[in-house]
Design a protein around this ligand. Sequence first.
Ligand code: EPZ
Length: 421
Amino acid sequence: MGEKRLVIEGKRPLQGTVQISGSKNSAVALIPAALLATGPSILENVPNIRDVKVFCEILRELGADIQHYPEEKRLVIRPNGFSSYRAPYEQVKRLRASYYLLGALLARFGRAEVALPGGCDIGIRPIDQHLKGFRSLGAEASLEHGIVKLSAKKMTGTQVYLDLVSVGATVNIMLAAVLAEGTTVIENAAKEPHIVDLANYLNAMGAKVQGAGTDVIRVRGVTSLQGCTHTIIPDDIEAGTYMLACVSAGGDLTVENVIPKHLDSICAKIVEMGAQVCDKGDSVRVISEHRPKAVTAKTLPYPGFPTDLQQPLVAVAARADGVSVIQETIYDNRFGYVNELIRMGASIKVDGRTAIVEGMPTLYGAPVHANDLRAGAALVIAGLGAEGETSVYRMEHVERGYDSMLDKLQAVGASVSIEEA
Ligand code: EPZ
């Protein structure tokens, strides 16, 4: 695949409406959950992104019958032919969220052998809390030659206290517990919107999950689950990304098909930066007519400010009036992209998990490289507000999690094009 780059002519205000797609982080949890049912499920509002395509390829290789209709944003998943509890490295290395197969395969087959996901550009990302949950449910867990091996004669409901708030561990333990005998209580659980979305889908399949969205989730095991139809919630991180793009470039932008409640923390930050935000029920309008003001922010588990918008926020702060202080409390290494912003004229110092951003009146377009999904989004945001032309290389990273970004930006007046090296 050639090196794809997004070429941006900056300083064009954004005007109009962006349709927000289904949540990536929900989709990658719901797809493995569908494998727990005895019959087919239909997922609606599925984002047309690479992570979804890759997950479908992995599951087809494991015997699942998955029909993907990208134009209709629909997935039809028939789990019957799904018979392998093994997911080899060649497949899972392409998608970190494949590790949700651990919980799903363990629940379905009492066994799971899934290659351990690699780290990535934002930190080590261990799965010790996932394994703690599986063991507590009665599974033997070992790591052999990079493969996580789980086996359980019987899965029995249990009490799990997560040592830290982990979205992945919460999802994986929910998946492993829904068909166990007895009740599982997950304490210190993650409360992200996509945890609630997963619980709603599982309950529609016949599970008995209570408390999702709070820090105590109760899962009463059932003997089987039936396939059903479920519409994925809108992607709050995609919505926040476009809202910050409007603050960076200026303009009047509405993100449509959102759940405003999920955007509370980003709306508050954008208002602090001096833009106007109007909640219109299922859309949010951002009006940004002046240079943004500096802010302080600290990433926290939901409902705090999301770590996935830390990079986009810093990109806006780089041009703000004043010094911004942005703390990253979730990951130990999520400032790698700062060097690329500095090449655009930003003045940023990183001290451990804190970025001190001295806002500059102007950023200058430059060729820059995206090392991960949200870093790429941050560089696009910086380019939209910069003087001259920016080329964001490795757009493949951005396409992992943003559905049709080029079309969506062009539709609101950005001067952008994709070029292949
Ligand atoms: C999910 O990752 C998201 N990915 C991430 O989004 C998101 O940044 C993160 O949640 C936090 O909201 C998906 O949902 C597919 P965690 P996850 O377990 O589940 C540590 C994006 O850009 N930890 O909540 O991996 C971990 O290292 C991606 O869309 C352990 O130490 O996140 C991290 O420092 C990036 N042991 C912190 O907890 C464990 O067993 C939070 O991780 C698990 C996690």
